[in-house]
Design a binder for this molecule. Structure first.
Ligand code: AMP
Ligand code: GLY
Length: 437
């Protein structure tokens, strides 16, 4: 199978490794890719594959659907996998499918689930899906009234795409108001207390298959301090998750949401990412994303044994019901992000990176220096180090050993990824008298 992968981050490098490990994949082109993806070796690479058994990296404007579809045609792709949200929201999957090529990723209409927080709330209300109570506000007076209605901690979200940085959660009312004023149209909502879960669901619009539940760490600092980021680390699976919780989330949240989108004639195919809080009143949606999460994907795919291309192709072609059940490796995976100095506000780029060429390390924000091929930092999140092991403690040790081998001046990483879970300190609130839902 000839595959075109769109995107350039750590998630895409992890997807590239998964696709390349599938013997069915004979050609893998990534656009725009990154230096890590450029060195991925295909297990099933045929003599005729474009780069002699390696992934090939091409340029493309990922937010231009015509350009993405054109590249799919040019490279003879039989499957296009779109990693990030921006191309999906722009309609890249629609443009690829219009060429008759299978595409893993939702239409622009279905991707609004991530592209507009207000739309997501509307779909959830129609589907009876539990989520935080909210108000969509377009002017400061409205936002102020909503803040007072829900009380602290205040949650204010930019309505549009903001790369994980459009959300402010604060006890400080004036900071919440200032964020609302900066964003214009915002969703103000009730604070949900309880541990967070990222559940990824592969779907062809009717059949839905959950991957292993994961947790990510959004704040920059240890102990969940400092500003939100795109994600500083992740682990899977979740030893503290109550038995039956994935089934409950599928039944009460994922399937009703997919059914509502299908009812609107905008079925969702691709990866539905449910960001959940496990509250005392059961699981509630914090957000939906329309693509694999980053960095949870790096941890989840490290445990997936089922060939990835076959799974994504089944979703893209509406044949997921006939796909065999997923197989997972035993044990756990932990991913620790190595970020640049100054991330998330003003990441410093252009530093030389050492020690990145190790199994388990994927590239996020890196580039090659033209003059000598040296690896340079080129983004906020630079590398993701994933370790696996028999349990979370062993996986943590493996991940942090990789982090210790990385040389990057001024680099930052969290030291507590998966620590509370490894030590049995994550608690799900007990159901209150309010009941569920
Ligand atoms: P989002 O981009 O919606 O995932 O928000 C980023 C992060 O802000 C989430 O992962 C949560 O940690 C936090 N957050 C967002 N909404 C809420 C909420 N209603 N209650 C508590 N925390 C929230
Ligand atoms: N892990 C957070 C995200 O991908 O949005």
């Amino acid at each position: 199978m000839r595959v075109l992968l769109i995107g350039s981050g750590g998630r895409e490098h992890a997807l590239a490794l998964g696709l390349a490990a599938d013997p069915a994949v004979s050609q893998l082109v990534a656009a725009p890719g990154n230096p890590g993806i450029a060195s991925v070796v295909l297990s099933g690479g045929s003599a005729g594959s474009a780069a002699g058994g390696r992934a090939e990296v091409r340029r493309v404007d990922t937010t231009d659907p015509t350009a993405v579809a054109g590249l799919a045609v040019e490279t003879g792709a039989e499957l296009v996998v779109i990693g990030p949200e921006a191309p999906l929201v722009a309609g890249a999957a629609d443009a690829v499918r219009a060429k008759g090529i299978a595409c893993f990723g939702p239409s622009a209409a279905a991707a609004r689930l991530e592209g507009s927080k207000a739309f997501a709330k509307e779909v959830m209300a129609a589907a009876g899906v539990p989520t935080a109570r909210s108000r969509t506000c377009t002017e400061p007076g409205e936002a102020a009234r909503a803040l007072d209605e829900f009380g602290p901690p205040y949650v204010v979200k930019d309505d549009g795409l903001a790369a994980g940085k459009g959300v402010v959660v604060t006890q400080d009312r004036s900071a919440a108001l200032a964020h609302a004023a900066r964003c214009g149209r915002v969703v103000v909502e009730e604070y949900l207390a309880g541990p967070e879960v990222s559940l990824f669901v592969v779907t062809d619009g009717s059949t839905a298959v959950p991957l292993l539940p994961a947790q990510d760490f959004k704040r920059i600092g240890d102990g969940d301090t400092g500003p939100n980021t795109g994600g500083m680390g992740a682990y899977a699976p979740l030893p503290w998750l109550p038995a039956g919780m994935v089934d409950e989330v599928m039944a009460r949240i994922v399937r009703p949401t997919l059914a509502e989108l299908a009812r609107r004639d905008t079925p969702f195919t691709g990866l539905l990412y449910a960001g959940l809080a496990l509250t005392g009143a059961g699981p509630k949606v914090i957000e939906f994303n329309c693509r694999f999460g980053d960095p949870e994907t790096q941890a989840v795919l490290a445990l997936l044994e089922t060939p990835l291309a076959g799974l994504l192709y089944a979703a893209a072609t509406g044949t997921l019901a006939a796909h065999p059940p997923l197989r997972w490796r035993d044990g756990a995976a932990v991913t620790v992000v190595v970020a640049a100095q100054g991330y998330p506000a003003t990441p410093r780029t252009g530093d030389v990176i050492g020690g990145a060429d190790q199994p388990g390390i994927v590239h996020a924000g890196t580039a090659r220096r033209a003059s000598d091929g040296a690896l340079l930092s080129a983004g906020g999140r630079v590398l993701c180090c994933t370790g696996t092991g028999a349990d979370l403690a062993a996986a943590r040790a493996a991940a942090y050993a990789l982090v210790d081998g990385v040389e990057l001046p001024g680099a930052q990483h969290r030291t507590d990824i998966a620590l509370a879970a490894a030590e049995g300190r994550v608690r799900v609130p007990v159901s209150g008298t309010a009941g569920r839902g």
